[in-house]
Design a protein around this ligand. Structure first.
Ligand code: ATP
Ligand code: MG
Length: 379
């Protein structure tokens, strides 16, 4: 790594972000709060981040003229969108500082490669088999017990691109229904709990992790995260250490989110990683000394990681388009609730429109208020 990459980039500089969704929007707010200028590159005219950045370059991620412009204007560039083509980052990196790297992004974009990296770093994925052609179907059946889940190796999110396999005969038709794209067949785990860890690491190798979040999904989409998670301190410590080990083994720079399962037997299993800030880390905005978005700024600028300490027990609840158009009065009448809306014009079922954080003296109380407030919003 060149010396130049270790220099600190200070307020007043210009930062770029590929992707204009809510994660980019919250990044823009954090960066601008710290006194940086922000440029968003996203093809969508009304993107949540583009609308509040200093500048919005409306272009496709592979548009070289747009990437040239971004690189010439920015002291550093990051991404908020995991499926940005890795080539875009590789191209940008010729002319500006880029984190995470194209190589790291590529690893995280593929379920087979991310599991291989996790194994190498000492983490334990659920048993799986990588299917690249029909010839692998029988080998996968021999290797993995049902029930299992067939997942497309790339481009899955919010539980999309996944089929549960209860009988062996279902595998080939499911593979065909996915147009025979590369897939992993993964053993379906009896889940006691799902947790996630956000890690931040800079180019000098300084790394920190956040308190783990206990995640509840509904219909394959994150519904809420509770912190502190109700797990043994030893499991929490192990998850935080494993997430840091993973970031170190990849020489990762930026924010890395690591999702884990805790099985019925109490085993800690690696699920997947995201090379960016994460929905389960939105609690950090109101409940930690440094939010994950400020931390993203710090990491790309080569600054020292901010303190990750939890200031208050917290529950983060997602608000999807299914709830629209909510009456905000009830929610805002709760003095311990912090509302965050993403400024998306169109509400669609399953679309993430905003979230709220409930702060309380303990997590049980935060969970109770979160449940009540969510029910008040439901149509
Ligand atoms: P997201 O982008 O929301 O994190 P995703 O589409 O990338 O989701 P996964 O994290 O792989 O998908 O799976 C989504 C959810 O499905 C998990 O959080 C978990 O609840 C369930 N799930 C996935 N894999 C397994 C498994 N092997 N055993 C049991 N449950 C699973
Ligand atoms: Mg996931």
């Amino acid at each position: 790594m060149s010396k130049q990459n270790l220099a600190e980039i200070l307020p007043g500089a210009t930062l770029g972000v590929l992707g204009g969704g809510q994660l980019g929007r919250m990044f823009c707010v954090a960066a601008r709060t710290l006194g940086y200028h922000v440029i968003v590159l996203d093809p969508d005219e009304g993107s949540p981040a583009g609308r509040i950045a200093d500048e919005h370059i409306k272009a496709n991620y592979l548009d070289e003229a747009a990437l040239d412009l971004l690189a010439s204007r920015c002291d550093a560039v990051t991404t908020e969108f995991e499926n940005v083509p890795a080539e875009s980052l590789r191209y940008l990196a010729k002319n500006t500082r880029v984190s995470p790297s194209a190589d790291a992004l590529e690893v995280a974009q593929n379920r087979d490669s991310e599991k291989r990296y996790a194994l190498k770093a000492g983490l334990t994925p659920a048993p799986y088999y990588f299917i690249q052609s029909e010839a692998d179907i029988n080998k996968a059946i021999a290797a993995i017990d049902v029930p299992a889940i067939l997942k497309s190796a790339t481009l899955g999110y919010d539980g999309k691109g996944q089929v549960v396999i209860n009988q062996l005969e279902e595998l080939l038709p499911a593979y065909e229904s996915m147009n025979r794209v590369d897939c992993v067949l993964e053993k379906k785990i009896e889940l006691a709990l799902e947790i996630s860890v956000i890690v931040a690491r800079n180019a000098r190798g300084e790394a920190v992790s956040y308190p783990i979040a206990e995640n509840e999904h509904r219909n394959g989409i994150l519904h809420q995260s509770a912190v502190p998670a109700r797990v043994d301190e030893s499991v929490a410590e192990k998850a935080r250490q494993q997430a840091i080990d993973l970031a170190e083994s990849m020489d990762y720079v930026g924010i890395l989110a690591v999702e884990f399962f805790i099985s019925g037997e109490g085993e800690l299993l690696f699920n997947e990683m995201a090379p960016r800030t994460h929905n389960s880390g939105h609690y950090t905005k109101d409940a930690c000394v440094t939010s994950q978005f400020e931390q993203q700024v710090r990491m790309m600028c080569g600054l020292k990681p901010g303190e990750t300490r939890l200031i208050s027990p917290v529950v983060m609840v997602n608000m999807l388009g299914d709830l629209w158009d909510p009456d905000w009065r009830a929610l805002l009448a709760h003095p311990e609730i912090k509302l965050h809306l993403y400024g998306k014009k169109e509400a669609r079922p399953g679309r993430k429109m905003g979230h709220f954080n409930v702060l309380a003296d303990d997590v049980e109380q935060a969970l109770a208020v979160a449940k009540m407030a969510f029910e008040e919003l439901e149509p």
